[in-house]
Design a protein around this ligand. Structure first.
Ligand code: C5P
Ligand code: ZN
Length: 459
């Protein structure tokens, strides 16, 4: 299947190489930024003029403006969900989101590069950045050196979340990256912040898995480390000796088992991590997971350009700006989680939800929903929906679920698309993570219909 995907990538690459001026439209998240940067750099290397635009979603007016530009447009990490609305645009789509149901025959068009066309799950097998990468290396072998960005995109979309390792076409990219000496994958602690967080902070902010009694409690984390004989808890995970790492892992497993969170949690403790060998050890860019978070903290606050500059190689001015944005992002996540913990998560049939109103940005409510789902506040056997107000007066709904529920038939993308559509909104995404925009005041109706859809999927 990969070979035939590469055939499609080559066809698209040939078409792009004939162009003199291309407009790139990409998604404002870590995957979208990485994808956009790959597309941009690959065009620049060929001397093809280009412009780039970051969008939250392709609504009607955005599509109209793109159509009016009259340029060849390369959509990355979006486009498939609205393929039926893109007639009249000279487009190339490199996207892994679920194609829109109305798309029909357009889906099979050679301009539409999407794993779903091959019957492959776009949530796990390949990201928007990965697809842009496959096209980029078909444009020019030189572009193989952007394998790092492709994996940042995959990580940003949590493509390794279900099995704690990368799968599908992502593995092909890892192989290329290894050959190029750009990246490496190793088995290690999966927790966020291996390179940059003091050990006790890494435990304090852990959410997948969540450590009962430790997560969220600084002093408990410090005493846990002292009790098991790990001193200098200010050290980062990467600074620990091998024996110390082993000790921490085994004590965390013991803790999970003692608290009754045996296998399902402890099996998530260690897994595949992807490291970028050209980046400095101990920075936010060495581990793809941290890199992706850095990008998210630019894009989700309106500074996608800053993230893109980092992907394009800036390690000075823009990198500094991004680390400031990262601090702000962390504060927002912490206060968002606190808000949900205080307000509580409500149950609704097969679902659970919270309504953040204006307390959480619509661009981060999905991240919070994911964290809450894996924490003690959330049940881990029900999809979670987070609502937040959008600027224009509409409501953003973000849905997240777990791998076991997806295995039992849950497909949030289909459900959200269908329900949002009926309410006059738009929705879509992946089986495990999807979003929607709906008219204000329709939240109850939305929950009712979504609950019904999810029940149908489970039977
Ligand atoms: O916004 P949120 O983080 O909840 O989105 C989850 C996933 O669903 C993302 O991949 C996003 O691109 C996708 N999505 C979509 N259509 C929407 C909203 C979100 O495809 N209207
Ligand atoms: Zn993506």
């Amino acid at each position: 299947m990969f070979a035939s995907a590469m055939k499609s990538a080559r066809k698209i690459a040939e078409a792009l190489k004939r162009e003199r001026d291309v407009h790139i439209v990409t998604h404002i998240d870590a995957d979208g930024i990485s994808a956009g940067a790959i597309a941009k750099k690959s065009l620049e290397r060929e001397g093809i003029e280009n412009t780039i635009q970051f969008v939250k979603q392709l609504d009607d007016s955005t599509i109209e403006k793109i159509r009016d530009m009259g340029k060849v447009t390369w959509f990355t990490d979006l486009g498939s969900g609205v393929i039926s609305k893109l007639d009249g645009i000279d487009y190339i789509i490199a996207d892994h989101h679920m194609p829109d149901i109305e798309g029909g025959k357009r889906m099979l068009n050679w301009r539409h590069f999407n794993p779903h066309v091959y019957g492959i799950d776009g949530g796990k097998a390949i990201s928007g950045a990965g697809l842009a990468y496959l096209i980029a290396i078909s444009i020019n072998k030189k572009n193989k050196d952007m394998a790092d960005l492709a994996m940042v995109g995959a990580s940003g979309d949590l493509q390794d979340a279900a099995s704690c390792k990368f799968e599908g076409w992502n593995r092909n990219i890892i192989e290329i990256g290894k050959e190029e000496g750009i990246l490496d994958v190793v088995r290690d602690l999966r927790m966020f912040g291996r390179h940059t967080r003091p050990l006790y902070k890494l435990l304090q902010y852990a959410d997948d898995p969540f450590f009962p009694g430790l997560t969220g409690r600084e002093s408990a984390c410090l005493s846990f480390l002292r009790r098991i004989g790990i001193d200098k808890e200010e050290r980062k995970w990467i600074e620990l000796e091998y024996e110390e790492k082993k000790k921490v892992v085994s004590e965390l497993v013991k803790l999970l088992i003692a608290k009754g969170f045996g296998n399902s949690f402890s099996s998530r403790l260690v897994g595949e991590v992807c490291e970028l060998k050209r980046e400095k050890i101990g920075t936010e860019l060495r581990d793809v997971k941290e890199y992706a978070t850095l990008l998210n903290s630019t894009a989700r606050y309106g500074y996608a350009e800053v993230g893109m500059r980092i992907c394009m190689g800036d390690r000075d001015e823009y990198f500094k700006k991004a680390t400031e944005l990262l601090k702000n992002h962390r504060r927002n996540i912490v206060s968002g989680i606190q808000f949900v913990k205080k307000e509580g998560v409500q149950e609704y049939g097969m679902l659970q939800y919270f309504n953040a109103g204006n307390h959480i940005r619509d661009t981060v409510v999905g991240i919070i929903a994911g964290i809450i789902l894996h924490s003690r506040e959330g049940k881990n056997d029900a999809p979670i929906i987070g609502f937040a107000n959008k600027e224009g007066g509409e409501i953003k709904a973000s849905a997240r679920t777990t791998a076991p529920l997806v295995n039992r038939g849950v497909d949030l993308s289909k459900a959200m698309q269908k329900v949002a559509d009926r309410l006059g909104g738009t929705g879509g995404g992946h089986e495990m993570a999807a979003g929607a925009t709906i008219p204000r005041g329709t939240e109850d109706e939305f929950l009712k219909m979504l609950d019904k859809e999810i029940r149908n999927q489970l039977t």
